[in-house]
Design a binder for this molecule. Structure first.
Ligand code: HAM
Length: 436
């Protein structure tokens, strides 16, 4: 009989990462911190589909944005012809869900999510094709109070994670005003760039009339002086927009939070108005933006809902974890409390019953598992116990078990003595194994 041909090894899609232990413990830890933060700010978990109708993003994010023009994983559902897209961000999805389920019927809602997003970008450190965001969206609130609260919430998070503002992360804010102000600014920008048309690169020429704001993001060297001298939106803001920005600033100033007003901060998506902000870092190379957001009062209407003001932000989990790694703020791996040494099949049942009782009492116990060759020597089991990082070995030797006992051997403290503990009534001594 012919040998079956060996299947070629399959790999994950480029730019999409497996998150494996021990690193996955950092994710779990961070997610728990984020959920606890959300509890304290009164934000509720929202889980929307990873796949949405493509027009949601085309309409919501703006069709002259990088994300919509070239980064979306869009496809036609072969079963029914529907145009679908893997979500490149989740503000549009949350707004869609809010409108669809009429969530604002009894007032504003504060929502958050943690989950994967998909953008077909060129992968590099801090930039992936499947990446993860923690995002918050406050819907139905018009005032600058919620903008300010969200920015302070970011600061609270940085502090709780051990990051230092001004050293590890920096805040920039801007106001994008209201649609009429942006229209006036847009006209002024088009006129400005048209006067210098020969200096524009092809992409910028292409976008000039569709989305002149995006030209301010251009990295094309000959355009840099033009960008510097371009009319600034902040100079064209009316009294109401300035008052909104002033109110946000007043809170930040009073709270002693340092920030830079960056009139060039436009964000990469088209739904924003009034307050926009970004937290950047100098520690991650070119992927410097850890967190970004702002107000998007017009998005609800754009996706077909009843008009409602809203503000939110999202941070990149991968970037935040990279940053926490750089600053040495990731927690040490958590070892099990105990490792169970099981010398033979004969003691398996009583050992497992005792281990189950310990686990029920909150102790983490890793049981030595037999291999095809058997249980392995005591020596090799102790080696495993040591490598596991556990503080105790539970030794279920034949003679101990015959007397309904287990030997509890401290592994990390050379002075501490081994003790015998009863297999019955495990709850009475479980606490001594538990890590405080
Ligand atoms: P965004 O600025 O496109 O905003 O993304 C927010 C954050 O997600 C970025 O600051 C970055 O940390 C992370 N991120 C973006 N793309 C990638 C990538 N390819 N790889 C790794 N991390 C990435 C939004 O998505 C808005 N929805 C934020 C928002 C919420 N605005 C209002 N509400």
């Amino acid at each position: 009989m012919a040998e079956p041909t060996k299947a070629a090894p399959l790999q994950a899609v480029k730019g999409m990462n497996d998150i494996l232990p021990p690193e996955s413990a950092h994710w779990e830890w961070l997610e728990a911190r984020l959920r606890d933060l959300m509890r304290r700010y009164g934000y509720a978990d929202v889980r929307t589909p990873l796949v949405e109708p493509t027009p949601l993003f085309e309409r919501g994010l703006g069709d002259a944005t990088d994300v919509v023009e070239k980064e979306m994983y869009s496809f036609v559902d072969a079963m029914n012809g529907d145009p679908l897209t893997l979500r490149p961000e989740n503000t549009a999805g949350v707004v869609r869900a809010t409108a669809q389920h009429n969530l604002l019927y009894d007032g504003g809602k504060r929502l958050f999510y943690i989950g994967p997003m998909f953008r077909h970008e060129r992968p590099q450190k801090g930039r992936y094709r499947q990446f993860h965001q923690f995002g918050v969206e406050a819907l139905g609130h018009a005032g600058p109070d919620v903008d300010a609260e969200q920015i302070l919430m970011c600061r609270a998070l940085w502090r709780e994670l051990g990051l230092v503002e001004g050293r590890d992360v920096h805040l920039e804010i801007n106001s994008l005003g209201q649609p009429a102000e942006r229209q006036a600014h847009r006209d002024a920008l088009i006129a400005h760039f048209e006067r210098h048309a020969p200096l524009l690169d092809e992409n910028s020429r292409d976008r000039l009339h569709r989305n002149p704001l995006r030209l301010l993001d251009s990295k094309h060297p000959p355009m840099q002086p033009l960008i510097e001298s371009a009319p600034r939106l902040i100079d064209q803001l009316g009294a109401a927009s300035l008052a909104h920005l002033g109110a946000v600033r007043a809170v930040l100033d009073a709270a002693g939070l340092a920030y830079r007003i960056n009139p060039r901060l436009v964000r990469g998506l088209d739904y924003y108005n009034l307050t926009v902000f970004e937290w950047t870092t100098e520690r991650l190379g070119s992927q410097a933006t850890v967190c970004g957001g702002g107000r998007y009062d017009g998005l609800m209407e754009r996706v077909g809902g009843k008009p409602a003001p809203a503000v939110g932000f999202a941070l990149g989990i991968e970037r935040l974890l990279l940053l926490l790694g750089e600053t040495g703020n990731l927690p040490a791996p958590r070892a099990p409390d105990a490792y169970a040494v099981v010398p033979s099949q004969a003691v398996l049942a009583p050992a497992l019953i005792a281990i189950e009782a310990l686990r029920a009492a909150g102790v983490s116990v890793v049981m030595h598992a037999a291999s095809a060759a058997g249980w392995g020597s005591m020596k090799s089991q102790f080696k495993r116990a040591d490598a596991s990082g556990a503080r105790y070995a539970l030794v279920f030797g034949d003679s101990e078990v015959a007397q309904r006992q287990v030997a509890v051997k401290p592994l990390r403290d050379a002075q501490a003595l081994q003790a015998l503990r009863p297999l019955d009534g495990v709850a009475a001594w479980a606490d001594e194994l538990r890590n405080a």
